[in-house]
Design a binder for this molecule. Sequence first.
Ligand SMILES: [Zn+2]
Length: 166
Amino acid sequence: MGDLDVMPQAKAQGVRIACPARGPQVGLKEGLVARSLEARQFAYCPYSSFRVGAALLTPDGSVFTGCNVENSCHNLGVCAERNAISKAVSEGYRSFKAIAIASDLQDQFISPCGGCRQFMREFGTDWEVYMSKPDGSYLEMRVRDLLPLSFGPEDLKMKKETPKEF
Ligand SMILES: [Zn+2]
């Protein structure tokens, strides 16, 4: 139960921790986590040596995977999560059920960066994020809990003050 003690704050924010070894069966969530773990193998990370994989589930059951892709111009690197989402959007998907994320960190669950949280939020706040360890255990949260008080496409349509001069 050491994992429960690692993230006391997360526990208070509606986080669920799952360990496949303890569960009665391997389900959809565990399968998606497994796909994200597999996706790590393609990570292009010669600068950080920090492999990340992601697997994104669409409402029709399609899965899009992604890995981090770094660049010698360092600020051009792209995260695994954003790669997976971009792949899906470029094939016509705009809503998602869940995304699993994997890294090589043994003692902690991988957590998406702030940029990826915002990228996820663009496509809704009510879908799931599974943050895993290499052993397949994972933390489960929803996008809205990972990025509270977020700004999204709906906000652009809200009532605005009219500027006096443009
Ligand atoms: Zn990121």
